[in-house]
Design a protein around this ligand. Structure first.
Ligand SMILES: Cc1cc2nc3c(=O)[nH]c(=O)nc-3n(C[C@H](O)[C@H](O)[C@H](O)COP(=O)(O)OP(=O)(O)OC[C@H]3O[C@@H](n4cnc5c(N)ncnc54)[C@H](O)[C@@H]3O)c2cc1C
Length: 500
């Protein structure tokens, strides 16, 4: 066993889409900084960012019903939808910048236009969808959406869903042509290829096992070369923990007080994938439904056209599953070893509070393939068992923490950025809305960890993201410019947005 020590400016742990995004932004802001990446697997984008491990939805709140809530007074609150749409516009601008500068190529290899639709059944849900549509259609971010409860129109929008559907129940949908399917795996690989060409040191099959502070305030990482078995020591002034589900354990090892009292609960995702090309050819959209009562928000069922390796496929899900692993390639001991004296009470409180989630997960795990096909038949009445195969997607580790609103052990469904007080370490936990908002989230990391440099960096950030720091909703002209220029750069064939 050797024991080498190396110094670098920045260390990124994990080669997923988050590290890829942060590394790419930092290389544009400070090209002279030396960046080193450690990834325990053999290549980039193999865990949650892989195209088969997530749903590939460019989350812009055009179809996800869980981003809008009906308030007790009957009005629909679209605040969260606005936030997510604005964040996705930031991603589109950054990706366009990279394409326009020839830093990445062939946008069609990672992003395609695909209508986003919401579909509901039953009088009560139809009434909600109409109200939601009305609340959103006045907002410039969502203009261009259509609503219909006319079966003939719906047959045009999604024939597979309408085929042989008994029409004794009300059904309605909304459609927005500005939706996208994003291959986050391909994007991650493109970004790492770019980083490699910029002399970023990327070490695959290198696992970060520990990190501790050095006397001068930097961080020393203990890294195991999984091929040779050697242990290496690497130091950096700034460390980003982008280990996906693996981040919590590394954060705990850092010992920073901000990482205390936080736990994680893994929920796996499973999808049904259609193996019949005739069925695949009949559908062209992402159609999101309503989550079942008691189901967590990430279990909203959806029927998705996907473009992977230039091939069109059809996925339905996700079904939730349970595995104690925090990564698909993780260990069955992940959950138990994440329980520490400081988060024990938080975890126990969550266990008591989240009985309905536990019940839901047990029900989901026990589903037979025929029962899953029954769920699919709510979307495709003609679905047959032979046309669909079950595939296991990625692990999501939901953050559990103590909050003022929810009390001890509250389960979080969003993304959480944890930074040390001095900004020398940042960790990303949680998974939703995930990869779609990676650029916004990484800019937040930069803002929190490098406050002194922000003034100097701002012009470059604005060059990459012209709307940086502005609300697009309040600047419809800028929104139009951003939407049209990014559609052109990313070769999206969406309809021209409507200017107010
Ligand atoms: C079922 C499912 C569906 C989803 N659908 C969508 C969607 O439709 N749209 C969307 O925007 N997002 C979606 N997401 C979320 C999205 O996939 C994630 O937010 C995103 O991929 C996270 O990227 P990441 O870089 O943080 O993590 P990852 O892609 O998981 O990468 C983390 C990397 O760190 C490595 N690593 C971990 N520990 C160590 C260590 N100790 N040393 C070295 N390397 C380490 C891992 O091997 C891995 O390669 C979905 C997620 C799931 C699970």
């Amino acid at each position: 066993m050797g024991n080498r020590e190396k110094k670098t400016d920045v260390i990124l742990i994990g080669a997923g889409t988050m590290s890829a995004t942060l590394g790419t932004i930092l290389k544009e802001l400070v090209p002279e900084w030396e960046i080193t990446v450690f990834e325990k697997l053999g290549s980039a984008g193999e865990e949650s960012s892989n195209e088969w491990n997530n749903a590939g939805t460019g989350h812009a709140a055009l179809c996800e019903l869980n981003y809008t809530v009906e308030k007790p007074d009957g009005t629909v609150d679209i605040t969260k939808a606005i936030k997510i749409n604005e964040q996705f516009q930031v991603s589109r601008q950054f990706w366009s910048y990279l394409v326009n500068r020839n830093l990445i190529h062939n946008p069609q290899d990672f992003i395609r236009s695909l209508p986003h639709m919401s579909m509901v059944q039953g009088e009560e849900n139809v009434r909600f969808l109409k109200k939601r549509f009305e609340a959103m259609s006045n907002n410039p971010l969502f203009r261009g959406a259509e609503f219909s409860d006319d079966p003939k129109k719906l047959m045009e929008w999604f024939p597979l869903i309408m085929q042989q559907r008994p029409l004794n129940e009300a059904i309605a949908a909304t459609k927005n042509e500005a939706g996208t399917d994003v291959n986050f795996g391909a994007l991650t690989r493109m970004l790492f290829n770019h980083l490699e060409s910029e002399n970023v040191n990327i070490h695959y099959k290198h696992r970060v096992d520990n990190m501790k502070r050095t006397n001068d305030g930097a961080w020393e990482l203990k890294v195991k070369n999984l091929e040779s078995g050697t242990i290496e020591r690497h130091t950096a002034k700034f460390v980003f923990v982008g280990g996906g589900g693996g981040s919590l354990h590394i954060l705990q090892k850092s010992g920073i007080p901000e990482g205390k009292h936080i736990g994680g609960f893994p929920v796996s995702g499973l999808f049904l994938v259609c193996n019949n090309p005739e069925v695949v050819a009949k559908h062209h959209a992402k159609v999101y439904g309503k989550a079942k009562v008691g189901a967590p928000p990430m279990s909203v069922p959806h029927l998705d056209t996907r473009f992977i390796d230039n091939k069109k496929s059809l996925l339905f899900g996700p079904f939730a599953g349970f595995s104690p692993k925090f990564l698909k390639t993780g260990s069955v001991c992940d959950l138990i070893t994440s329980v520490k004296p400081d988060n024990l009470l938080t975890m126990l409180s969550a266990g008591v509070k989240e009985m309905s989630l536990t019940k839901y997960l047990i029900q989901q795990v026990l589903l037979s393939k025929e029962q899953r096909i029954e769920d699919l038949r709510e979307f495709i009445p003609t679905a047959t068992v032979e046309d669909w195969d079950l595939v296991v997607a990625g692990q999501r580790v939901q953050v559990i923490k103590d909050t003022e609103a929810g009390g001890k052990g509250t389960l979080q469904f969003g993304t959480e950025v944890i930074t040390s007080g001095d900004g020398s370490v940042a960790a990303l936990l949680g998974a939703s809305p995930g990869a779609s908002t990676a650029v916004h989230v990484m800019l937040d990391v930069i803002n929190r960890c490098f406050p002194q440099q922000m003034k100097e960096w701002e012009p470059k950030i604005k060059e990459m993201i012209p709307s940086y720091g502005m609300s697009l909703m309040d600047n419809p002209k800028l929104l139009y410019k951003v939407q049209t220029s990014t559609a052109e750069a990313l070769e999206l064939n969406e309809r021209k947005p409507i200017v107010s």
